[in-house]
Design a protein around this ligand. Structure first.
Ligand code: NAP
Length: 253
């Protein structure tokens, strides 16, 4: 469904990591609706990224897909340099891509810990590090990091994932302080339970229990999160930085 939005990002360039499905796809489509040229990143799912781009184009937007692994420092730098060379600026970065490997802490493998931290936390660092110099030169920029409600609540079986998401909040607040004087605004969004592939394996029983604890009586949709990303990229959010915005139907407050 096409939503009519104000074109406040017309002429701007945006990058969304993990745009091949879920929240990343909805975010890329929504930012394109605000006029941004969209770079849609992904790691493996070329078809998914192409599908995102097709929807963007069908809605009258513009963009490109770009394959790189956010955990690869050098690869991220080269890919982002190429985007900036091509478009002349990088105005909005949405650090959305992430992985989760759930399980009891006593059984957590070192390799799984490294994969999650290197993707979710270091990947966010890698992308921020690659865009910040350009944003400093431009004296403007928006960085929106996707954290999670479990960063603040914790979650049994998600010690590593919630650690990575809590780290993202620390990074967000420190960057907001350091980069505010250069007019670079850095915020985080902490989604609650959103219906995507990441939550597809939750059983109906657990899903129903979760819904009982949510005042708005439903799980979130990717669009619920994407709308807040669009807001944080807009002039209406000119005085918001260093914040963690919860999007969870009231399930955590
Ligand atoms: N769904 C929820 O309930 C929920 C709740 C709280 C927070 N979140 C957060 O919201 C964000 C999006 O979640 P989602 O549910 O939409 O996830 P998802 O459906 O699992 O999609 C993850 C995306 O990340 C990409 N990706 C994974 N590893 C990558 C890497 N190393 N480099 C580049 N791209 C990579 C995937 O691309 P490929 O398939 O091409 O690898 C995919 O596009 C994540 O940060 C997640 O932690 C989600």
């Amino acid at each position: 469904m096409i939503t009519k939005r104000l074109m406040y990002n017309d002429g701007k360039t945006a990058l969304v990591t993990g745009g091949s499905r879920g929240i990343g796809r909805a975010t890329a489509i929504t930012l394109a609706e605000t006029g941004a040229f969209m770079f849609v990143n992904y790691r493996e799912d070329t078809r998914g990224a192409e599908e995102t781009l097709r929807t963007i184009m069908d809605n009258g937007g513009n963009g490109e897909i770009c394959r790189f692994d956010i955990s690869d420092f050098q690869g991220v730098h080269e890919a982002i340099e190429e985007m900036i060379d091509k478009k002349g600026s990088m105005d909005i970065l949405v650090n959305n891509a992430s992985v989760s490997i759930d399980g009891l802490f006593v059984r957590t493998k070192e390799q799984d810990w490294d994969t999650i931290i290197n993707t979710n936390l270091k990947g966010t660092f890698n992308c921020c590090r690659a865009v910040v110099k350009h944003m400093m030169k431009q004296r403007r920029g928006r960085i929106i990091n996707i954290s999670s409600v479990v960063a603040e609540m914790g979650n049994a079986g998600q010690a590593c994932y919630s650690t990575s998401k809590a780290g993202i909040i620390g990074l967000t607040k420190s960057l907001a302080r350091e980069l505010g004087p250069r007019n670079i605004l850095v915020n985080a969004i902490a989604p609650g339970f959103i219906t995507t592939d990441m939550t597809a394996s939750i059983s109906d029983e657990i899903r129903n229990k979760l819904i009982e604890q949510i005042p708005l009586s439903r799980l979130g949709t990717p669009r619920d999160v994407a709308g807040v990303v669009a807001f944080l990229s807009s002039p209406d959010a000119d005085y918001i930085t260093g914040q963690v915005i919860h999007v969870n139907g009231g399930g955590y407050m």
